[in-house]
Design a protein around this ligand. Structure first.
Ligand code: OSB
Ligand code: MG
Length: 369
């Protein structure tokens, strides 16, 4: 298929509640939305780069630059029959995985629609709904946190993740654990600690956590392997796993025992599939991470999470946990068993709502032949 038109948008959407992590507070979520047109068909993609280089070095501005100057010109006017073609076209370029994955998602949507198949079917999904949890940001104090946790449990979430940072960790986890002794609970540090903080993790080790996510630096594997040696609780890596090769090396040195897969972070769904396959063969559980996606990115996450290796609940909450108004329909809702249905329509299986998209667009550019 010849790629005829690519549209790039920078969008900003107000979050239902501020989201605080060890790298900052977000009231709005920025991302890029991509639209690819070919032979009367349209594909949509979402690039998860945010307004600050807090989670990743990429931002909406770096992603805009790399997409408009390099990635879009590499495919515009070219034939793309399969995702490997896209990968080849970008073969000379390094890094910028979030940008790379945004355009790749639009191509997956387009190619799946041409085949009349859902993305989940194309990726090899095996289930119709996937278990999900909720990721809760840092709160004012432990009492407020316990309150927020109970509200999400009330709403039907059966697995909770709480964000931690130095000084806001052991007391918080103990408070939640005391109120909810049997709750499947995990923590995410977003790389805020060093090996000097081993005592913090030894305390958390007694709290029956499902896993401890990304305690140490985003570009580290070695120190994580040292930390894991001190702990019973599995370390799960997020930021540090930017490719299947990183996943292989992390498993080889026991830097983690669980892997969070985000298609954006690894440069696309194709690489996410490779991480999944590797972990699945090794018997290492994986789960689908989230980046506060709009309905577009969330649809892709649900498709990915329907693969057989995703045995732990994903950070894929219902639409109303994130946005009062979304840019795609239908909205995702939580089933009574803390699952969300995997879309079954062709491609991503969601429809973009033009006027909703228009309302949140800050900047738009159209690239044509
Ligand atoms: O580290 O998992 C993370 C959101 C933005 C950036 C990084 C992370 C997160 C979350 C939210 O934890 C997950 C979600 O989308 O619900
Ligand atoms: Mg994380």
């Amino acid at each position: 298929m010849k790629i005829e038109v690519i549209e790039l948008r920078h969008v900003r959407m107000r979050l239902c509640a501020p989201f605080e992590t060890s790298f900052g507070v977000e009231l709005d979520r920025d991302c890029l939305i991509l639209r690819v047109d070919s032979e009367g068909m349209t594909g949509w993609g979402e690039c998860a780069a945010g307004s600050t280089p807090g989670y990743s070095y990429e931002t909406t501005e770096t992603a805009w630059h790399v997409l408009s100057e390099f990635f879009i010109p590499a495919v515009l006017g070219r034939q793309v029959e399969e995702i490997e073609d896209y990968r080849c076209r970008l073969g000379a370029y390094k890094g910028h995985n979030l940008a790379r994955a945004g355009l790749e998602m639009a191509l997956w949507d387009l190619l799946a629609k041409v085949q009349g198949k859902s993305l989940a079917a194309i990726l090899g999904g095996v289930v119709e709904r996937v278990p999900v949890g909720v990721s809760i940001g840092i709160q004012q104090d432990p009492d407020v946190l316990v309150d927020v946790v109970s509200q999400y449990i009330e709403a039907g979430y059966r697995r909770v993740k709480i964000k931690i940072k130095p000084g806001r960790d052991v007391v918080e986890v103990e408070a939640v654990r005391k109120s909810f002794p049997d709750l499947p609970l995990q923590v995410d540090a977003n790389s805020a600690y060093t090996l000097e903080d081993v005592a913090v993790f030894k305390s958390l080790d007694d709290q029956q956590l499902l896993l401890i996510e990304q305690p140490l630096a985003e570009d580290d594997l070695i120190d994580h392997s040292q930390l894991q040696a001190h702990l019973q609780t599995p370390i799960c890596l997020d930021e540090s796993i930017i490719s299947a090769r990183h996943a292989r090396q992390a498993l080889e040195i026991d830097a983690c025992r669980v892997v969070n897969i985000k298609s954006g972070r690894v440069g696309g769904l194709l690489e996410g599939l490779a991480v999944h396959d590797l972990c699945y063969k090794a018997g290492v559980p994986v789960w689908c991470g989230g980046m506060l996606e709009t309905g577009i990115g969330r649809a892709a996450n649900l498709a990915l999470a329907s693969l057989p290796g995703f045995t732990l609940p994903g950070d894929i909450s219902a639409s109303d946990r994130y946005y009062a108004e979304d840019i795609a329909e239908p909205r995702f809702t939580l089933n009574a068993d803390s699952t969300i249905d995997v879309p079954t329509g062709a491609g991503l299986g969601v429809e973009v709502v033009s006027d909703a998209l228009e309302r949140v667009t800050l900047r738009r550019e159209v690239y044509k032949l």
